[in-house]
Design a protein around this ligand. Structure first.
Ligand SMILES: [Zn+2]
Ligand SMILES: [Zn+2]
Length: 554
């Protein structure tokens, strides 16, 4: 564990993923402390990994040559076939359970990597374990997992990590204060400043006051280019409550994002406030999120005892009167597999849709516009469509400008740096930061940069070529999955190159037809098989749980 003696003592931050050129996927950060061992006098390095995300759009990377793309962590994890790292990471900390923050874990396990202990909230660990089971990863490959709570202090050699509750869109979200000695970083994770929640607790701003200032705050810059604050759950609850009360005798269909469990809780609470029962037809993804909620002890039915919350696939579904209730479904991005899109196209018989239904969909941005198009094309003429243009029903899970200002006022950073952002988002974040009197880094901290954090300021001390592991999983005749992977240079994914790297250039020159036929056809076929395999498995499992009454079917 002896560190390079030339390396300075101190606290360091290295973004590995999420700080990309054009996208925000694959969040992953390494924090290191280099300190003197009092007995040997040698400098020693301790590293922790915060989040291990995956690229959700692997088709953007080398024309979809890989089914999965994860940040290369072979400098702090022992990866088969790669050089043994000089400094192995001592622990993994997870901010929350969204796949752009945790799905890299599954890929590293598929690669045969032994991972260090994972620290996260109960909800995050339950979601992780559920996915490990769904993905068929054997228990003897699972890393140790430890549930931690806001207010805990975890010591890893000379580093201390303190979780703080963060507000995002699912329960169990953390920001972390990471310190060595008297130097500290506040790493926000995905966050906003919403103190209201219908699921658990909102964020408690006063808990940030106890931090007493930090040298660096790495902050979620996904939406800080937007003015105002991310709409609070309390405001969204009120909009839905009013809409439900305005339509006592018409079927109301609320189309929601599948992973936004805070929103689901707000909408169910609004239905309860308006005295309407709830029928849920959310599809495999929402079912899976609801199951993770349930496993972590969150029970929406218990929170709303005066109304019935029933799954459309359960035997109680027939007892719900569509004209008096709220039907919750998914498909705001227009995805062909989502139950609402299938309903519009006449391919879903799990719930009825009245000719005069009121459809509420938080349409904003490019994706949800697709559902508006589908509604125009397929919905009966008597259907009323309510979008975010009509009512306050859209709220981002990420901090807008005012959220940043509010959180920074409580955390008291000297320097702030953007994370979870493209180059453009980082640019506008820095403008906002400067306007509010905070120091910023001299250059964009893209994946591969290492930033030294000191009492005298924060600066980029090295810029290494970032790298990625591309993986392919192929289903074998016996049903098992064979994983192959290769280490890939950045290909301009993290930083904008003046001129393309040699690998990138040769790839660009390769015959397009070759790439399309040889690579893509093979990949598409494998992808389809694996997707079908996982979907079927997850679905069967959810149906079994529904039948046992272990979800909201009561
Ligand atoms: Zn997230
Ligand atoms: Zn995220």
């Amino acid at each position: 564990m002896s560190a390079n003696q030339a390396e300075q003592k101190g606290l360091f931050w290295t973004p590995k993923g999420g700080n990309n050129a054009d996208t925000i996927w694959a969040s992953c950060h390494v924090f290191s402390s280099v300190a003197e061992n009092k007995e040997t006098g040698q400098l020693e390095k301790t590293s922790i990994i915060v989040d291990m995300g995956q690229n959700e759009m692997p088709h953007e990377f080398l024309n979809g040559a890989f089914q999965k793309v994860v940040p290369a962590l072979d400098d702090c994890l022992s990866v088969p076939g790669e050089k043994k790292p000089e400094n192995e990471a001592q622990a993994i900390f997870l901010t929350h359970s969204h796949s752009d923050h945790i799905a890299g874990i599954f890929e590293y396990l598929h690669m045969g990597v032994k991972l260090p202990e994972i620290y996260a909230s109960e909800y995050t660990i339950k979601s992780l374990q559920k996915e490990l089971l769904d993905k068929g990863i054997k228990r003897d490959q699972w890393p140790e997992m430890k549930t931690v709570e806001a207010g805990d202090k975890i010591t890893i050699n000379d580093m201390t990590v303190e979780p703080f509750t963060a507000s995002h869109s699912i329960p169990g979200c953390f920001s972390f204060k990471i310190s060595n000695g008297d130097t500290s970083i506040f790493h926000s994770g995905d966050t906003k400043a919403d103190e209201t929640s219908f699921l658990g607790k909102g964020v408690d701003m006063s808990s940030y006051d106890k931090i007493g200032g930090v040298e660096l705050m790495t902050f979620d810059a996904t939406a800080t280019h937007m003015k105002g604050h991310a709409t609070y759950e309390a405001e969204i609850f009120e909009s839905y409550r009013q809409l439900f009360e305005e339509n006592p005798d018409r079927q109301v269909i609320a189309v929601l994002p599948a992973a936004h469990m805070e929103r689901l809780a707000s909408v169910i609470s609004a239905a309860a406030a308006a005295g309407k029962d709830v029928l849920i037809n959310g599809g495999a993804s929402m079912d899976s999120n609801i199951l993770a909620l349930h496993l972590a002890g969150y029970d929406l039915q218990k929170k709303c005892p005066n109304v019935r919350v029933v799954s459309a696939n359960g035997d109680k579904a027939a007892t719900i009167d569509p004209d008096k209730s709220v039907t919750i479904t998914t498909g705001i991005y227009g995805g062909g597999n989502s139950p609402f899109v299938q309903k519009l196209k006449g391919e879903n018989n799990d719930f009825v849709m009245r000719d005069n239904a009121v459809v509420i969909t938080p349409s904003i941005g490019q994706g949800p516009e697709q559902i508006n198009g589908l509604l125009e094309e397929y919905a009966p003429a008597g259907v009323t469509v309510i979008t975010a243009a009509d009512r306050e029903i859209y709220g981002s899970g990420h901090a807008q400008a005012d959220d940043f200002v509010k959180i920074a006022e409580h955390v008291h950073p000297v320097t702030v740096a953007p994370i979870h952002c493209s180059a453009k988002m980082a640019e506008s974040f820095n403008v906002l930061a400067k306007q509010n009197g905070y120091e910023t880094l001299e250059k964009r901290p893209h994946n591969g940069c290492t930033i030294s954090v000191t009492k005298d300021g924060c600066r980029i001390v090295s810029v290494r070529e970032p790298a990625w592991f591309g993986l392919n999983h192929e289903k074998q005749n016996d049903g098992s999955i064979r994983t192959s992977f290769s280490k890939e240079p950045d290909h301009g994914y993290s930083k904008e190159y003046d001129k393309p790297s040699s690998v990138h250039e040769s790839f660009l020159k390769a015959d397009q037809k070759d790439k399309n036929t040889a690579l893509q056809e093979r990949q598409e076929k494998a992808q389809k098989e694996i997707k079908a395999f996982h979907q079927k498995k997850a679905l069967n499992k959810n149906i079994a749980l529904l039948k046992q009454g272990k979800m909201y079917d009561r």
